[in-house]
Design a protein. Structure first.
Length: 510
């Protein structure tokens, strides 16, 4: 499969094909024509020696320094070299491929004034799997992700480091082995490669499908917990959802009702002297409101990332005069490189992930707590001799608390850079980068809840849970046996987490 880049209609599905499945990309003829038209504007400016930021001036706080025509190429190379100051663990191959594709698509839009050759080299790197080594730290999300994109740009010009054929080597050597000629940067091409939000956008976009799987899995886990705790489905009545019509609320209510429909456990339970409860705890009764808010937040984040997929985010931008002679137009300096929309979106998704983990841990605590569960203490037949799920709940608590700390907002944590020129920055890259550990933590929190809920349901035998929930129970029991006596649950948690990632549980809702 080859993704044809126009700069205007890249989809998430295409992004995932390239980043996750190794698809190639190519520049369309329409995009090439637009790029040539905007390039002509830059070449006219260079020939006329007209001052234009990023074309023949310094950068950032050095924007007032004029660069002579014979130094323009050196200026672009120096820019790439000086900005390649990233540190920390390199981004993964998947993340790197996503960044390369997104940068190529943004330049293909034809508003950057670079030659088609720049995009063609990026596409060749994707095709031949030349993956730049991009350190994950060093971006404040101001003029975009400067340091990460500089490490990408280094490889285009035959410098830096890259991974080719599973070997880490010099960027020039990787290009040579792949049969790709290094790019010789012309006016404005260095800054166009560096200014952009593609680092944070790649990480945020890649988090979205994983987050969606976990949101659906959380509904399945909650349905199992509800039956293990003999909770009431009354709170999921569609009339309640209609009275406060958030789309996510309605979706989660439907999921919970469908999962537990036909439950013998529920039908056997009515208020008695032994169980005088009239209402369930919020972590069960308010599941639609909480999970639903997470669903709605996910949709809002996706909408922002979708706009960014096909946006021009470098600076300055080149606007060709629609009715003028070739090479006429405007070069306008603005701030589309600023990552604030994505930083705030990543913060919103982080809060959503922490929320799901927090309410899941509370349901697990209810099931393991003999004062609230009406089940054997810590879900074991011989409490005292056995600790059962006591420490599994502690692990869930530890992960949930870690996610709460990780969910602290990044988008309000500005710090001035570049001599005060970049005096308000987004921190969008770090906002997106912390989503990976949060997703991993949440996956394990949900794995613990599913394990505990199925253990609780087992104590209600011979009564069965609902028809769809019973399928989830069977899937779990194919992975992890009922805990008869104490054993380490670490391997069980990891095995269930893997199945969650593989959509085994979330598929039940489709």
């Amino acid at each position: 499969m080859t993704v044809n880049l126009t700069g205007n209609d890249l989809t998430f599905e295409q992004l995932f094909e390239v980043s996750l499945h190794g698809a190639a990309a190519s520049l369309t003829s329409e995009a090439r024509a637009r790029m040539l038209a905007s390039r002509a504007v830059i070449e006219r400016i260079v020939a006329a020696e007209t001052t234009a930021y990023g074309v023949n001036t310094g950068f950032g706080d050095l924007a007032e320094v004029r660069i002579s025509p014979d130094q323009i190429r050196t200026l672009q190379v120096n820019l790439v070299r000086s900005h390649a100051c990233g540190v920390g663990a390199p981004l993964s191959e998947v993340e790197t491929r996503a960044i390369v594709l997104l940068r190529a698509n943004a330049l293909a839009k034809g508003l950057s004034g670079v030659r088609p050759a720049v995009v063609e080299v990026l596409c060749a790197m994707l095709k031949h799997r030349v993956h730049p080594v991009i350190p994950s730290q060093g971006s404040v999300g101001a003029s975009g992700d400067l340091a990460p994109l500089a490490h990408l740009a280094q490889v285009l010009i035959g410098e830096g480091e890259a991974v080719f054929n599973a070997q880490r080597t010099g960027g020039g050597e990787a290009l040579r082995k792949a049969g790709i000629a290094p790019l010789v940067l012309e006016a404005k091409e260095g800054i166009s490669l560096l200014n952009g939000t593609q680092g944070m956008l790649a990480l945020l976009s890649l988090a979205l499908p994983e987050a969606q799987i976990l949101i659906d899995t959380a509904d399945v886990a909650a349905a199992l917990s509800l039956d293990a705790l003999r909770g009431s489905p009354a709170a999921f009545d569609p009339r309640i959802a209609e009275a406060r019509p958030y789309p996510g609320h309605a979706t989660t209510s439907r999921n919970l009702l469908r999962m537990n429909r036909g439950s013998q456990i529920r039908e056997s339970h009515r208020p008695t002297d032994r169980d005088p409860r009239v209402q369930d705890a919020y972590s069960m009764r308010c599941t639609p409101q909480v999970h639903g808010a997470v669903r709605d937040a996910w949709n809002a984040v996706r909408a922002i990332a979708e706009i960014e997929l096909n946006s021009a985010t470098d600076n300055p931008l080149v606007f060709v005069a629609p009715d003028g002679p070739a090479g006429t137009g405007d070069v306008i300096s603005g701030g589309n490189f600023h990552g604030q929309p994505l930083a705030m979106a990543a913060d919103q998704l982080a809060v959503a992930l922490a929320t799901l983990g927090g309410i899941s841990e509370r349901r697990t605590e209810h099931m393991t707590n003999p004062h609230t569960s009406l089940l054997p203490a810590f879900l074991t037949n011989a409490p005292g001799l056995n600790s059962g799920f006591m420490i599994a709940q502690v692990t869930a608590a530890a992960l949930a608390s870690e996610n709460k700390a990780l969910a602290a907002p990044h988008s309000v944590d500005s710090i001035p850079t570049s001599g005060g020129q970049e005096d308000y920055v987004s921190m969008g890259m770090s906002a997106a980068r912390r989503l990976r550990p949060m997703l991993d933590n949440l996956r394990r929190i949900l794995a613990i809840e599913i394990l505990a809920a199925c253990q609780g349901i087992d104590f209600h035998a011979p009564l069965n849970t609902g028809g769809e929930a019973l399928k989830a129970h069977a899937l779990l029991r194919n992975i992890s046996a009922h805990v008869e006596a104490d054993r380490s649950l670490a391997a069980d948690i990891e095995a269930v987490a893997v199945q969650i990632a593989d959509e085994v549980f979330s598929e039940l809702l489709k």
